[in-house]
Write a protein of this length. Structure first.
Length: 160
């Protein structure tokens, strides 16, 4: 079953890359008491994700903050090391929380997994974005296969 607007995010643990190594972060750590702009990509370092999706959020960090967003988070079915390296390569610094969902547990729990096997990627996340307020989904934007429109930063900003 796919998550929908009004649903509370399920409990899950992500992995964030830090200088000391991977650090587990729960959904409560990330979302409790905060308004978060969350976006998901099929894979770190992939073409659309690296050329458009992540850079769009990086470019609009100040705009999200001005609209009351406490944090921006990017999630992918990749490990914390890959997410950390991708964030560094895109110079996101502390502006965007780069979250690894290495086993896809969160992605499966919200029903937004996809099979990327024909591309050699295995099980991955669909491309989507959501606005989450204190753990509750307020907006959900799931892309059609191969599209990049409704999960973009500028689309989300118009929803705030």
């Amino acid at each position: 079953m796919t998550i929908k607007v009004g649903d509370k995010l399920p409990a899950a643990t992500f992995s964030a890359g830090t200088p000391e190594g991977p650090r587990p972060m729960s959904t409560d750590d990330i979302f409790a008491g905060k308004k978060v702009a969350l976006f998901a990509v099929p894979g770190a370092f992939t073409p659309t994700c690296s050329a458009k999706h992540l850079p769009g959020f990086k470019e609009h960090v100040a705009d999200f903050k001005a609209k009351g967003v406490d944090a921006i988070a990017c999630v992918s079915v990749n490990d914390a090391f890959v997410m950390k390296a991708w964030g560094e390569s895109q110079s996101v610094g502390d502006d965007i929380l780069m979250l690894g969902d290495g086993n896809g547990d969160f992605t499966k729990a919200i029903g937004l997994e996809m099979d990327g096997s024909k591309f050699g990627m295995g099980q991955r996340s669909q491309r989507y974005s959501m606005i989450v307020d204190d753990g509750v989904v307020k907006e959900l934007n799931v892309e059609a296969p191969g599209e990049f429109k409704v999960s973009a930063a500028d689309y989300m900003l118009a929803q705030l």
